[in-house]
Design a protein around this ligand. Structure first.
Ligand SMILES: Nc1nc2c(c(=O)[nH]1)N[C@H]1C(S)=C(S)[C@@H](COP(=O)(O)OP(=O)(O)OC[C@H]3O[C@@H](n4cnc5c(N)ncnc54)[C@H](O)[C@@H]3O)O[C@H]1N2
Ligand code: MOO
Length: 437
């Protein structure tokens, strides 16, 4: 049985003509899963800066505690906080020396004494409290501060409060961001083991599409999808293979798909997956690969194809194909809903790193018409409202060819499958883009 038929047979209530968004997500997760282990074996060590945006191959265990010693969180004076017990009014302490960050203080600090200390300097044994210098008056070698200004233990940072020796600092499958790089650096690591970057090939189809540089022609539009897809893949950290604009001709389409499958782990096409008569795309995909053509209960993004295109070599491997609908906003929404999680899975990310951006609750400033029975994604502009839920306003024309409203928007209002129309003032879920798409 083909892999597509196998997954379809195992999914309760599967209907290729009426799939829910969640049904597609489950299907795609199962489709890409068998390809993941082979990719996980391909790894390299890279200098720390080059690890930004890559997926970590192994857990990183902290070889020592960070910070390595108890230290001061403030510039001020360290002392034994027992002096605060029952104290009222001004507390006098005798200053016996200075501890600078980076150099341990070797002397003794006894009862009634304090040590001038800088932020980050090691707390000497027996001292547990730091009074910030703003609270203090210094008179010769004597220090005064109001006892009520602090409590015992204030302004001391504990050894290991960031990382304990032996604890997991970073987890295999993490997507490494700026904080991860900094954390690795705090452990003294100059390189990190990362997984191979995922290679994704993409092309556009359609005889009415123009490449940049072509003269405008009646009835034709410029190829915007290839640039949107480039941006989406690059942000995800993929290596991109741009196979250009492909004419709607079976031989060229077949040659391009074969090349894409041999060069890449995944393929993204746009256009030609609906029911139009002139489209050869569907037929060629079906002939070459193990494919499903769906109508999804969502808007935009109703028609979509998914499948496996075998490689021409002897490995028996295949590339995962996502045939996205041609309309430019449908490309972005189907990418966010289905392609992004699948590519993150292939990249070796663990389940948490594959999650979609969290949904934010916002008050709709606009009436929204919506039929129950499909998931809708409307472009919205969210703004903060002091003391209340954020407000979201539907941005511009919602036609699935209208990219300008996507540029204007900062999030997608997610109208769930069973949800109906929304009145102004009702609250809705919004998925903020936040650098994701
Ligand atoms: N009778 C039906 N017609 C349509 C249906 C349907 O179910 N029944 N679905 C509609 C929906 S929804 C969509 S989405 C589109 C998807 O069609 P295709 O994937 O076959 O895409 P095309 O027909 O090739 O193009 C659709 C639209 O997008 C423009 N386009 C295509 N590629 C690009 C590109 N690279 N850059 C910019 N714009 C592009 C193209 O010019 C068309 O306007 O089908 C509906 N029809
Ligand atoms: O998928 Mo079409 O409206 O979803 O653009």
């Amino acid at each position: 049985m083909s892999r597509i038929a196998e997954i379809a047979a195992a999914l309760a209530g599967y209907d290729a003509k009426a799939l829910s968004v969640e049904g597609v997500q489950q299907f795609v997760e199962q489709l890409v899963a068998p390809g993941v282990p082979a990719l996980l074996r391909q790894r390299e060590d890279v200098p720390l800066r080059d690890a930004l945006g890559r997926v970590l191959a192994d857990d990183v265990v902290s070889p020592f505690s960070v910070p390595p010693h108890d230290n001061s969180a403030m510039d001020g004076f360290a002392f034994d906080g027992a002096a605060l017990d029952g104290a009222t009014g001004e507390l006098p302490l005798r200053i016996v020396g200075t501890a600078l960050a980076g150099a341990a203080w070797r002397g003794e600090v006894g009862p009634g004494e304090a040590l001038r200390i800088m932020t980050g300097a090691v707390m000497p044994a027996g001292l547990d409290t730091v009074v910030p210098q703003e609270f203090c008056t210094v008179d010769g070698d004597t220090l005064h501060f109001p006892a009520s200004a602090l409590r015992r233990g204030d302004n001391r940072r504990f050894a290991g409060e960031d990382l304990m020796a032996g604890s997991a600092a970073l987890r295999a499958g993490d997507r490494l961001g700026p904080a991860s790089l900094g954390l690795a650096a705090s452990l003294g690591l100059a390189t990190l083991p990362v997984l191979r970057r995922l290679r994704v090939a993409y092309f556009s189809t359609g005889d009415e599409i123009l490449s940049l540089g072509d003269a405008p022609r009646e009835g034709a539009v410029y190829d915007s999808n290839r640039y949107t897809v480039f941006g989406l893949l690059t942000r995800l950290g993929c290596e991109v293979v741009d196979l250009g604009l492909v004419r709607d001709d079976p031989a060229t389409l077949e040659a391009t798909l074969r090349r894409a499958a041999s060069e890449a782990d995944a393929i993204i096409t746009s256009g030609g997956v609906s029911v139009g008569q002139a489209d050869h795309t569907r037929a060629v995909m079906q002939r070459l690969g193990d494919m499903a053509f769906w109508r999804i209960a969502m808007r935009p993004g109703r028609p979509m194809a998914v499948g496996l295109i075998p490689r021409d070599d002897a490995t028996g491997g295949h590339a995962v194909l996502f045939g996205l609908p041609g309309n430019p906003v449908a490309v972005m929404v189907t990418f966010l809903a289905f392609v992004r999680p699948a590519l993150l899975q292939l990249m070796g990310c663990h389940a948490e790193a594959r999650r979609p951006p969290p949904l934010l609750r916002a008050t709709s400033a606009t009436a929204i018409r919506k039929k129950p029975g499909r998931t809708e994604y409307q472009r919205g502009l969210v703004r903060a409202v002091p003391g209340a839920l954020p407000e979201v306003r539907i941005a511009g024309n919602q036609g699935s060819g209208v990219l300008s409203s996507m540029v204007e928007a900062n999030g997608l209002v997610v109208l769930h499958h069973a949800q109906g129309s929304v009145e102004p003032g009702e609250s809705v879920d919004v998925m903020m883009f936040d650098g994701t798409i």
